[in-house]
Design a protein around this ligand. Structure first.
Ligand SMILES: Cc1cc2nc3c(=O)[nH]c(=O)nc-3n(C[C@H](O)[C@H](O)[C@H](O)COP(=O)(O)O)c2cc1C
Length: 207
């Protein structure tokens, strides 16, 4: 080849290879992009399918405190089971055999009404049901709540707070009133002096 022609060919070859290399690099970039979006989708799918609801009933704030900590630890939605007729201090007097709470707890069929419209529970697959313990049992409004929805296919996690009593009566009540085919996790009880760390540790044990 003449010297002049060689000098002309050399930049052409360089340009050709630059195109080839750019093309390969771009292809790899594209496939990396595809993989990234699949991973992101898988992540968002798995987050979607793990949506948690923390439903709680609380009259004096202890269970509400626990429920809020669980929700903030898990990123769950929070729902308050609000009685249509609020409980007064006198209603909650368990030393009075005629108080509203005592009478309701003595009646297996009592179903205090819940305020507000029904929840859309289809978006949740795990539902934490948090309640105070009343007379070794779950308050009857928890029966109202558990009978109000079809929880079939969902995981239910019972939680209760109490002064000192163990939670087996609450767990038994929840199992017996909920007619849906669900997966139950064991009940967790917190004392009225629960700590933030205690709640976090428990959440970490199942999340
Ligand atoms: C009507 C009633 C009955 C209760 N019965 C018990 C009981 O049997 N054992 C116990 O340890 N605590 C009992 N407690 C205390 C509550 O379980 C405890 O204070 C709980 O944390 C209250 O939750 P809250 O603040 O979310 O309403 C009772 C409280 C009330 C109002």
């Amino acid at each position: 080849m003449k010297r002049g022609k060689k000098l002309f060919m050399f930049p052409m070859i360089l340009v050709f290879f630059s195109f080839v290399l750019y093309g390969c690099g771009n292809k790899n970039q594209k496939s990396a992009d595809v993989n990234l979006s699949v991973t992101q989708k898988q992540e968002s799918d798995s987050n979607d399918s793990k949506k948690i609801l923390v439903a709680y009933f609380s009259c004096t704030g202890n269970t509400k405190g626990v429920a809020k900590l669980i929700a903030s630890e898990t990123g769950a939605d929070l729902y308050e089971i609000t009685p249509k007729i609020p409980y007064t201090d006198e209603d909650l007097n368990y030393n009075n055999s005629n108080s509203r709470a005592t009478k309701e707890q003595n009646d297996d069929n009592a179903r205090p009404e819940i305020e507000g419209k029904k929840l859309d529970i289809s978006q949740y697959d795990t539902i934490v049901v948090a309640t105070p313990l009343w007379d070794l049992d779950a308050p009857r409004i928890i029966s109202t709540f558990l009978e109000s929805y079809d929880f079939t296919g969902k995981t239910l996690i019972p939680v209760c707070t109490s002064y000192s009593s163990e939670p087996s009566g609450v767990e038994k009540r929840m199992h017996s009133v909920c007619k849906s085919n669900v997966t139950w996790k064991p009940i967790k009880r917190f004392g009225t002096n629960f700590s933030e760390n205690e709640v976090k540790e428990w959440v970490d044990s199942w999340q």
